[in-house]
Design a binder for this molecule. Structure first.
Ligand code: BES
Ligand code: MN
Ligand code: ZN
Length: 483
C-alpha cells in the first residue's frame, strides 16, 4: 500500500470527506466546483454528519473523474488521537474494496493519526491468491491524506514504523503453518530485523538441551520440525542499562499433541504464535524508530504435534529453573514453552522488567471475549504502566486476578507442579504456573491474548484475521522507558 500526504486534493479517484455532525459541507478548493451538486445530494439523503452516515456522489459537475463520499464523522475532536485513528479506519473501510486510489480529507491537526488508522484498516494478505479473478482481489493501491498541515508527514514517520511492526505481526499470524514453522520463522526474524540494527541470535535444540530447557523441548518432541528460541536485542539505550524483556509464545501450530484437540476449526491454531508475533512486530517498530532504550525480545518457537515420540500425559520433565513439572495435558503447552524462555531471559539478561504475551488459554476468551487482552501481574506499578500504555495505544487490557490461591491449583502429587489447574479460573492458574518461573523482585506481567490476536470480525482499525495485538501496546510501554 502506498500512503502519501498532499496539500491539494486530487480531482480523480475516490475522495472521502469526513463531515462532523451538523457541520457545513465544505470541499477542498480543487473540488469547490462540485460543492453545489454535493450539497444537493446530501440534502436529498438527509445527510447530517451522523457517525457512519455516508452519501456517495459519482462524477459531480466540475469533477467528473471523482467519486466523492461524504462520511459522517459524528462528534469529532481532532486532538483525540484514538478517535482520529478509528475515523481513518472507518473512512477507508467502506471504499477500499472497489477503489484503487482513495484520498481522505483530514480534519485539521489529525492527518497523521487519520493516516495511521486508514493504513491499519487497509491491510490485506493476498500472497497466496495466485489465480484469483482480479475483481476478487482488493483493488486499493494508494491512500492519499489531504492536509494543509506542514508537519503531517514528519508526525506520521514514527507511526509508519509502528505500522510496519503491526503489519509484520499480522503477516506472521496469517502465514500458513506449513510455511511458518520454527526454523523458517527464525530465519524470517533474521531477515526482517538484522538490517535495522537488531542483533538476532537463534538457539537450536542442542543448545537448549545444554541449557536444560527440557520443558520447552518436550513440547516440540513430537514434531519433525526443530524447536528454536530466537533472541532479538535492540541496544538504543545507555551501555550497560538493563533491558526490558519482551517474551512471546510461538507455537507455530497447536494440535494439542497427544491430548489432541477436536478437529473442528483446528486450522485456527496456526495463530498460536500470536504472542511471539507481537514481540517480533514490536522489535521491528522500536528499531525502526530508533527507540532510546535497551530491549530484548525472546520467543520460544515449537510445533505441538502428536507422534510416536511425542510427550505423554503423565510425563515429568526437568526445567531450566531446576523445578520439575508433571505434564497432565499436552495441550497446555504454551506455559511449558514460556516457563523455560522466562528462566533463560532472567539468567541471561537480568531484565528491568518482563512482559510476556501468549495465546495461552481458551478460558480468557470465555472471560473477556475479543475486546481486551487479560493482564496478570502482582506488581501494581507495572500494572499501571501497562494500563496507561493500553489506553494510549488502543490495544486494550483488562486486569485479571493472580495470587497464591491460583498457585495452589497447580500443586502436583509427584512433582514440583503440574501443568494444568482445572477448568475454573483456567487463565489465572496458567498465569500462576508462569509465575513459578519468575525470580523474586523481577517486575513481570503476563498478557493472555488468545481472544485478541485473531478476530472473526472487522473492527475500525483491524480487518478480521490476525490483528497484531500487542505491537502498539509494547511500543508504548517501551516509550515510557526512553529518554
Ligand atoms: N493455544 C491454546 C489456547 C487458545 C485457545 C488460543 C483458543 C487461541 C484460541 C492453548 O495451548 C490451549 O490449548 N489451552 C488449553 C489449556 C487447557 C488444556 C488447560 C485450553 O485453553 O483449553
Ligand atoms: Mn494447547
Ligand atoms: Zn497453544
Amino acid at each position: 500500500m502506498e500512503l502519501n500526504f498532499a496539500q491539494n486534493c486530487p480531482t480523480t479517484g475516490t475522495i472521502v470527506v469526513p463531515i462532523a455532525k451538523e457541520a457545513d459541507i465544505v470541499l477542498p478548493e480543487s473540488l469547490s466546483g462540485a460543492e453545489g451538486d454535493v450539497r444537493r445530494a446530501a440534502r436529498a439523503s438527509d445527510f447530517a454528519g451522523k457517525a457512519g452516515q455516508t452519501v456517495t456522489i459519482a462524477g459531480p459537475a466540475a469533477a467528473e473523474g471523482a467519486t466523492i463520499v461524504l462520511f459522517g464523522a459524528g462528534e469529532v475532536n481532532a486532538s483525540d488521537d484514538l478517535a482520529m485513528q478509528r475515523l481513518g479506519g472507518k473512512a477507508i473501510a467502506g471504499v477500499m474494496k472497489k477503489a484503487s486510489s482513495v484520498a481522505i480529507v483530514a480534519p485539521d491537526g489529525a492527518a497523521a493519526r487519520l493516516a495511521f488508522g486508514a493504513i491499519q484498516r487497509s491491510y490485506t494478505f493476498t500472497k497466496y491468491m495466485k489465480k484469483a479473478e482480479a475483481d476478487q482481489l482488493p483493488q486499493l493501491k494508494t491512500i492519499t491524506i489531504v492536509t494543509s498541515e506542514e508537519g503531517a508527514e514528519a508526525a506520521y514517520a514514527p507511526l509508519g514504523e509502528l505500522y510496519a511492526g503491526v503489519k509484520l505481526a499480522r503477516d506472521l499470524v496469517t502465514e500458513p503453518p506449513n510455511v511458518l514453522y520454527p526454523e523458517s520463522y527464525a530465519e524470517l526474524c533474521r531477515d526482517e530485523l538484522t538490517g535495522l540494527g537488531v542483533e538476532v541470535e537463534v538457539l537450536g535444540e542442542a543448545e537448549m538441551e545444554k541449557l536444560g530447557m527440557h520443558m520447552m523441548l518436550g513440547v516440540g518432541q513430537g514434531s519433525v520440525r526443530e524447536s528454536k528460541t530466537v533472541i532479538m536485542r535492540w541496544s538504543g539505550g545507555k551501555d550497560g542499562d538493563r533491558p526490558l524483556a519482551l517474551v512471546g509464545k510461538g507455537v507455530t501450530f497447536d494440535t494439542g499433541g497427544i491430548s489432541l484437540k477436536p478437529g473442528a476449526n483446528m486450522d485456527e491454531m496456526k495463530m498460536d504464535m500470536g504472542g511471539s508475533a507481537a514481540v517480533v512486530g514490536a522489535m521491528r517498530a522500536i528499531a525502526g524508530r530508533k527507540a532510546k532504550c535497551n530491549v530484548v525480545g525472546l520467543i520460544g518457537l515449537v510445533e505441538n504435534m502428536p507422534d510416536g515420540n511425542a510427550q505423554r500425559p503423565g510425563d515429568i520433565v526437568d526445567t531450566m529453573s531446576g523445578q520439575t513439572v508433571e505434564i497432565l495435558n499436552t495441550d497446555a503447552e504454551g506455559r511449558l514453552v514460556l516457563g523455560d524462555v522466562l528462566t533463560y531471559a532472567q539468567e541471561t539478561y537480568k531484565p528491568k522488567a518482563i512482559v510476556d504475551l501468549a495465546t495461552l488459554t481458551g478460558a480468557i476468551i470465555i472471560a473477556l471475549a475479543y475486546e481486551h487482552g487479560g493482564m496478570f501481574t502482582e506488581d501494581d506499578s507495572l500494572a499501571s504502566d501497562l494500563m496507561e500504555a493500553s489506553a494510549a495505544s488502543d490495544d486494550s487490557l483488562w486486569r485479571m486476578p493472580l495470587g497464591d490461591a491460583h498457585r495452589k491449583m497447580i500443586k502436583s502429587d509427584v512433582a514440583d507442579m503440574k501443568n494444568i489447574g482445572g477448568r475454573d479460573g483456567g487463565s489465572s492458574s496458567a498465569a500462576a504456573f508462569l509465575s513459578r518461573f519468575i525470580e523474586k523482585g523481577t517486575p513481570w506481567a503476563h498478557l493472555d491474548i488468545a481472544g485478541t490476536a485473531w478476530k472473526k470480525a472487522d473492527t475500525d482499525t483491524e480487518p478480521k484475521g490476525g490483528t497484531g495485538f500487542g505491537v502498539r501496546l509494547l511500543d508504548q510501554w517501551v516509550s515510557q522507558h526512553e529518554g
